[in-house]
Write a protein of this length. Structure first.
Length: 260
């Protein structure tokens, strides 16, 4: 019963779809996935076992690039004629094809970093890109891979150094873990710190707006003039579960200084 309370339908659906892929015997992995999705060891084991027998195949926790491309690609348009690369982070990329998809399909120049706490996932994704090089949509675009605990985001990325952060299921994983909630709050605050003023964080999630919007408002500094701006769009339904895109932008800093 306790497990069900901590694990809304979408999570159970995802875990079940993993189990039907030949993991039924690994009961401790199932428990880990339900309780410890904030732990590196859980994910190392998940990606190792998921890739033990088969040729590499991108694993999507839910939805692939095609389902979310229309939320992401329009944000990559350069802000001015002289603008340089738009800097994109796939936060908790796993072995998803999302980051490589952005690199491949963006006509505008992008610098995409795929980052995950699991070195197993990062290595698998990197090896795949090496063995089957992806043609970028723009010749100036870049794609890189990084082992990173997103709780330490600000040690890796400077203030206002990113334009778009994409989080597909990563905050969900932290929020639904036994010890992950404080980490999720810290990651959100750090995302807002490393995003440029015109940047945004996209969280793809199955969490109900009643719960997620309240959490986002609280953790990003509440309401008022200095609050982050939060929007919401429906992505679609998968296996009977509705998914959303939460769009979070840093607070607008008005320059109140008197001109000389
Ligand atoms: C639910 S999976 C989603 C993976 C991928 N985004 C997808 O859509 O398939 C959550 C991912 O978050 C990663 N993760 C969990 N905690 C993390 C942390 N503290 N820092 C970076 N990545 C983390 C896991 O390794 C896992 O790949």
């Amino acid at each position: 019963m306790a497990i069900i309370r901590r694990s809304p339908t979408g999570l159970l659906t995802s875990v079940r779809s993993v189990l039907t892929g030949g993991f039924r015997q690994h009961n401790s992995l199932t428990t880990d996935l339900i309780e410890n999705m904030d732990k590196k060891e859980t994910w190392d084991r998940f990606y190792r076992e998921n890739n033990a027998k088969r040729d590499f195949k991108n694993f999507e926790w839910f939805f692939g690039f095609d389902s979310v491309r229309d939320f992401i690609l329009p944000l990559l348009r350069p802000q001015s004629d002289s603008a340089t690369l738009r800097r994109i982070l796939d936060l908790g990329c796993g072995t998803s094809a999302l980051g490589p998809g952005i690199y491949k399909h963006s006509d505008w120049p992008v610098d995409v970093t795929c980052a995950d706490i699991s070195p197993v996932a990062v290595q698998l994704l990197q090896e795949q890109a090496r063995s089957k090089p992806i043609q970028p949509g723009n010749p100036s675009s870049r794609l890189s891979f990084l082992e990173l605990d997103c709780c330490r985001l600000q040690t890796q990325f400077g203030e206002q150094s990113l334009d778009v952060i994409v989080d597909k299921g990563t905050t969900d994983a932290l929020l639904r873990s036994r010890e992950g909630r404080p980490k999720a709050g810290s990651v959100l605050k750090q995302c807002l710190g490393v995003l440029s003023q015109s940047g945004c964080l996209l969280q793809f999630s199955d969490e109900d707006p009643d719960a997620r919007l309240l959490w986002l408002e609280r953790e990003s500094g509440g309401l008022g003039a200095q609050a982050a701006r939060i929007g919401l769009q429906e992505v679609g339904t998968l296996r009977g579960v509705c998914y959303y895109c939460y769009i979070i932008s840093p607070p607008v800093h008005c320059d109140t200084s008197t001109p000389p």
